[in-house]
Write a protein that binds this ligand. Structure first.
Ligand SMILES: Cc1cc2nc3c(=O)[nH]c(=O)nc-3n(C[C@H](O)[C@H](O)[C@H](O)COP(=O)(O)OP(=O)(O)OC[C@H]3O[C@@H](n4cnc5c(N)ncnc54)[C@H](O)[C@@H]3O)c2cc1C
Length: 458
């Protein structure tokens, strides 16, 4: 039987169920100081911070808070920047120390938030490893480690045994700060904190238009309008749905995660994954793997799908992508090749052209924040909170200055330039390299052949 024969597909996330107490939509018109749009990590962090400063804030969310990428991600809290770090260093060498300060502070901020709000999200401070599956990838992790260390990041290098990662990987580099969690539980906890705060929350309230003038901003939803002195756009991949959004702020991309069935503890122990660190491979399009508190492995990405146009559709993962991920799992974890994929989900993320989180203003009363490139769990939350500080105090915190854009003009993102064909070519190059390196590696390690009843991984 194939690993995906009994996989269930969801349009939400595999981590948690949707809330049962969804708040009613906006049904009237009123005024407030700040309207925050989007109840994800960024929006909820901003709204909470504003409330802590005593600012009168409203939060508008199209579905329910936690409906977006925040609840759907792999739960790997990163302390390094996302995207291609070598390219980042090439483009922003002088800014790298400030960027690293921001990304490391972001991970620390989320850890303190979890503690301060008492959120049970199975957080483990394991760090995350840039894990190599080939000699070429190992060289890449060494170059990245050098860049990060020079910029002040806390990283360590080693073999698989030294890093306590599974025998199917060669070794790599660990970002020491950060870890793994159940992100669905984090968002549920944040939602609880926002609902318990003075913030007025309207769920099922999709913002359809935003119009600014010198006196303030009007935010339109199907059931009512809000007139605010300031507005924060925190809708991540969905930001491009309005005319007011800076042109080419980001490109929406769909990525997929899956979770295995529960695996016997002795089989997990035999992997040698003693550090429990989350893993990110160094392919053109990465694979991520991580253990969970429920004795499963969550893994994903390997393929990126572009959005055809706005509005972004509510969708399931593509079964062909899930089957491709199952093949990857069988290759990286040959002793678990008989383990089935229990469920699959995915989400939209916004990729920026700078490979960095971005934040800034449109005029003096509309703020936007997009902290993504696959690392928003830490960065979207932190940047959202810093925007709350800036609005409340008028002072731009140092870490926010690192990514601040006053007059937004953005270039095209790499996937926008290369398009579907480019993404397919990147995937094909990854598989070609896997084929060459995998056969060498498997021969060296003496791994068993594909178990009976399973298709050989490509
Ligand atoms: C499958 C997957 C795996 C990932 N893995 C990781 C990982 O391991 N580590 C990591 O750091 N990051 C990861 N990410 C990225 C991370 O999840 C995002 O960067 C982060 O969630 C962005 O937070 P956000 O608050 O900006 O956006 P979101 O969490 O997407 O929230 C945006 C919110 O805005 C709402 N909204 C949209 N349009 C409107 C509208 N018109 N009106 C009102 N509300 C609206 C949405 O419903 C949503 O609730 C992953 C993402 C995905 C999809």
């Amino acid at each position: 039987m194939s690993a995906t024969a009994n996989t269930s597909y969801t349009t939400f996330t595999g981590w948690v169920d949707p809330p049962t107490d969804i708040r009613p939509p906006l049904t009237e018109n009123f005024t407030c100081s700040v309207a925050v749009i989007g109840g994800g990590l960024a929006g909820m962090a901003t709204a909470l911070r504003l409330a802590e400063h005593g600012v009168d804030a409203v939060l508008l969310e199209s579905d329910f808070c936690g409906h977006g990428a925040g609840s759907r991600n792999a739960g790997q809290l990163a302390s390094a920047p996302g995207g291609d770090i070598q390219l980042l260093d090439l483009l922003h060498r002088k800014r790298m120390p400030a960027i690293i300060q921001l990304t490391e502070n972001a991970a620390g901020h989320v850890e303190s938030l979890i503690e301060r709000l008492g959120i049970d999200c199975d957080y483990e401070a394991t760090g995350n490893v840039f894990a190599a599956v080939s000699r070429g990838q190992l060289g890449r992790t060494q170059r990245i480690a050098k860049i990060l260390r020079r910029a002040g990041a806390q990283v360590e290098e080693g073999t698989a045994r030294e890093l306590g990662i599974p025998h199917g990987f060669l070794g790599g580099m660990r970002e020491i700060n950060g870890g793994i969690m159940n992100p669905g539980k984090l968002l549920r906890g944040l939602r609880g904190a926002v609902l318990a705060s003075p913030v007025r929350v309207f769920e099922q309230s999709k913002v359809i238009d935003i119009v600014r003038d010198s006196g303030g901003v009007t935010v339109d939803t199907p059931g009512g309008m809000i007139r605010a002195q300031k507005v924060v756009l925190a809708t991540n991949a969905y930001a491009g749905e309005w005319d007011i959004t800076p042109k080419r702020l980001s490109s929406p991309m769909w990525v997929t995660e899956v979770e295995t069935e529960p695996i016997a503890p002795e089989r997990l122990a035999a992997l040698g994954w003693t550090s429990r660190s989350g893993l990110i491979t160094q392919h053109n399009i990465m694979e991520n793997y991580r253990l969970t508190a429920r004795d499963t492995i969550v893994f994903g990405v390997r393929q990126i799908e572009c959005a055809a146009s706005y509005p972004l559709p509510e969708r399931h993962p593509d079964p062909a992508v899930v089957a491709d991920l199952a093949r990857a799992f069988a290759r990286r974890f040959p002793t678990l090749a008989d383990v089935s994929i229990d469920h699959a989900w995915g989400g939209w993320i916004g990729i920026t052209s700078t490979w960095l989180p971005v934040a800034g203003t449109i005029g003096d009363n509309v703020y936007y924040s997009l902290a993504c490139n696959g690392h928003g769990l830490a960065q979207a939350t932190y940047v959202g909170s810093l925007i709350g500080d800036r609005i409340a105090t008028g002072i731009t915190p140092e870490d926010l200055r690192t990514i601040w854009v006053d007059e937004p003009k953005f270039g095209r993102t790499v996937p926008m330039i290369t398009g579907r064909l480019g993404l397919r070519a990147a995937w094909t190059a990854d598989r070609f390299n896997d084929m060459i390196n995998g056969s060498k590696h498997h021969a060296r390690k003496g791994f068993a052949a594909t178990p009976p009843g399973r298709t050989a991984p490509v």
